[in-house]
Design a protein around this ligand. Sequence first.
Ligand code: SF4
Length: 402
Amino acid sequence: MTFEVKIGNVKIGGKNPIAIQSMTNTNTADVKSTVAQVKELVDAGSELVRMTVPNDEGAKAVKDIKKTLLNDGYDVPIIGDFHYNGHILLKKFPDCAESLDKFRINPGNVGFGEARDDNFKAFVDLAVEYDKPVRIGVNGGSLDQTVLAKMMDEDLKRSEKERFGNNVVFYKAMVESAFQSAEMAVNYGLSKNKIVLSVKISDVPMMIAAYRELASKGDYALHVGVTEGGVGSKGIVTNAAGLSVLLLEGIGNTIRVSMTFNPEEPRSREVVVAQEIVQVLGLRSFSPLVTSCPGCGRTTTNTYRNLAFEVDAYLKKMTPVWKKKGFKGVEKMKVSVMGCIVNGPGEAKHSSIGISLPGTGEAPSCPVIADGKQIATIQGDYKELSKKFEAMIDNYVETHYR
Ligand code: SF4
């Protein structure tokens, strides 16, 4: 089991559930926009929020961001992401250091040679002084070249048969960089339960191999994720593929989905994707999910597809309302919307409540099944069906999650 790390009012590692985190993309110096986006991320379910602190203006804003969030009832841990100048900013702006709940440092971006070690030590000294945890986050795009060059040289000295090759050396160098930095931080006085490690790579097999090796080397809490997952479905698949393998092996204490979402999409989409990955793996539930079939030649209209989307949107809209009303366990509810009788009633039986629509040529009625038993048969177009079915879902929630 990994060390338990306390980040503000959230604990990760140890026996704690996998925590969802996200990152803002506003200009941190813009307090109003950053506060608004943190709230959006938290409302979607983010339990930790990271923001970049790139310069004096950003560092100055952190105190006001934290204060405004607390005044508005958002006691979410805020993590400051530092590159190159973290040791300078945290020293120059004590309010920033005080207001943040965790610091993130990338050992590949703290300088070179002796300056690197001095800057890293200065950063860790500040974490110790302010009693803050630190994520030592190594990234494939900014790996410490000194560690990589040394390990590449060592590999070349091996016989051809024993040689690891560039990809393996690369991920091993990332692990080495993270682990060496953690050991240095411990030597500088940071407790092991104040350290979180990550080794993010955009290549999924390499990322999995790197985290497996990192997990086998020690008991540090791990922030798990790919980096730079890409756009659209490829981005979601990359994140899901990498995270799923590791999380099912018990590797990972907090996760972030890292990809390029469409600019039209809300920033909080990354939170929803992260939650859904964890939930479909059966590791933690956040909100009721819809099970629906892809459709086939037995469904020649879009009725069941429209209904599936309507129901999904309804569940997303109602989950915070149900939780606010105190319906405990509602996030575990499973709802199915299926296209025909081939798999519809069967799938509905595995759900809390489900509906099976008529396929082409079937009688125009839709059995609704709750807890494995048919409770009604309803009819109509998808608008009418969604109204009736949603009322049944409401009733199911009222009667099952009190
Ligand atoms: S449940 Fe029916 S409509 Fe859906 S994919 Fe299966 S056979 Fe096709």
